[in-house]
Design a protein around this ligand. Structure first.
Ligand code: CIR
Length: 266
C-alpha cells in the first residue's frame, strides 16, 4: 500500500538554527537573519509538525555549519531507508556526515549515495508515492543524480531527472507536493515541462516565495504572508497551517528544507 506515502509520516528530524546562521549561504544581499527570531520561528515549525502527529527529533545546532538547520539537503528519506547525500556547496559538505548518526538511530537501513563523484542536495528532490523527481541545479549535477538512480529504483520508485529552470536555487524552492497526484509550483516551473504527469496548481504571480510548501499528513504547511496562495489552496480544499519562515528566507531557506519527514517503520 503506497497511496499517500509521500505525505503521510510518523516522524520528522530537524536541527535548531545556530548563532552562526547569518553566515549561511545566500544569493542576494539582504538583511541577516536574527538568531533569536529564527530560533522562535523554528520552534513554531517543530510544534506544528508535532501537532500534525509527528514524533520530531530536534538536533542541537552545529555552529561550524551555518546552513545545517536546512537538514533536508543532506539526506533523502524514502520508505524505510535513509540515503545520505553529497550536498553541492563546499561549506555544506560536512553536513552529510554530521546528520548520519541521528539517522542511524532512527532507521535500520541507512545507505550512502554510491560512488564519490557528483553532488545531490535533497532540496532538488521531489518524491511522490512512486516517483522521485530530481532537478539538476547549481547544487545537483548529473553524476550525482545518476549515482542516486540505482538506490531509488531498488526501493521500488521510478526516477526522473529534469532540468530546473535557471535562477531557481533548488528544484523544490519553487514547488511542493499537495497530494499523491498534485504539485503546487511557480509558473516558471509549472510551465517548464519538468512536472509532466502531475496535476499542477500554479502559484499566483508575485507569491513564488510560498511555492515551497509541505504537505504533512492532513495539513499543508504554508509560509505566512501570501494571501492569494492561501485563498487559492483553501478554495481547492486543502487544510492550511500558516507558518512564519521569514528568517529562513533571508538565507534562501524555505519550509521543506527545515525537516526530513519519514515513516521508518514502513
Ligand atoms: C543554502 O544556500 O544552501 C542555504 N542557505 C539554503 C538552503 C535551502 N534548502 C533548500 O532549499 N532545500
Amino acid at each position: 500500500m503506497t497511496e499517500g506515502r509521500s505525505y503521510r509520516f510518523t516522524h520528522a528530524l530537524c536541527r535548531k538554527p545556530g548563532a552562526s546562521i547569518a553566515s549561511g549561504l545566500r544569493a542576494g544581499e539582504g538583511a541577516d537573519p536574527d538568531p533569536a527570531r529564527f530560533a522562535a520561528q523554528h520552534a513554531a515549525y517543530v510544534a506544528a509538525l508535532r501537532d500534525e502527529g509527528a514524533q520530531v527529533t530536534v538536533l542541537e545546532p552545529l555552529e561550524a555549519f551555518p546552513d545545517s538547520v536546512f537538514v533536508e539537503d543532506a539526506a533523502l528519506c524514502l520508505a524505510a531507508t535513509a540515503i545520505i547525500l553529497r550536498p553541492g556547496a563546499p561549506s555544506r559538505f560536512g553536513e552529510a556526515a554530521a546528520i548520519t548518526p541521528a539517522l542511524q538511530q532512527l532507521f535500520s537501513d541507512v545507505v550512502h549515495l554510491p560512488g564519490e563523484a557528483g553532488f545531490v542536495d535533497g532540496g532538488d528532490i521531489l518524491a511522490s508515492d512512486d516517483e522521485v523527481l530530481i532537478g539538476l541545479s547549481a547544487r545537483t549535477d548529473r553524476e550525482g543524480a545518476n549515482a542516486l538512480r540505482p538506490v531509488v529504483e531498488a526501493l521500488g520508485y521510478r526516477m526522473r531527472i529534469v532540468e530546473t529552470p535557471p535562477d531557481i536555487l533548488h528544484f523544490k524552492t519553487d514547488c511542493g507536493l499537495l497530494d499523491s497526484e498534485t504539485v503546487f509550483a511557480s509558473a516558471a516551473l509549472a510551465r517548464s515541462g519538468c512536472l509532466s504527469g502531475y496535476r499542477l496548481i500554479e502559484c499566483p504571480q508575485g507569491e513564488e516565495a510560498a511555492a515551497n510548501l509541505v504537505r504533512f499528513n492532513d495539513s499543508v504547511l504554508l509560509r505566512e504572508g501570501f494571501p492569494r496562495t492561501a485563498e487559492l489552496l483553501d478554495r481547492e480544499g486543502y487544510q492550511l497551517r500558516l507558518l512564519d519562515t521569514g528568517e529562513a528566507a533571508l538565507v534562501d531557506g524555505g519550509l521543506s528544507c527545515m525537516s526530513l519527514r519519514f515513516s521508518p517503520g514502513t
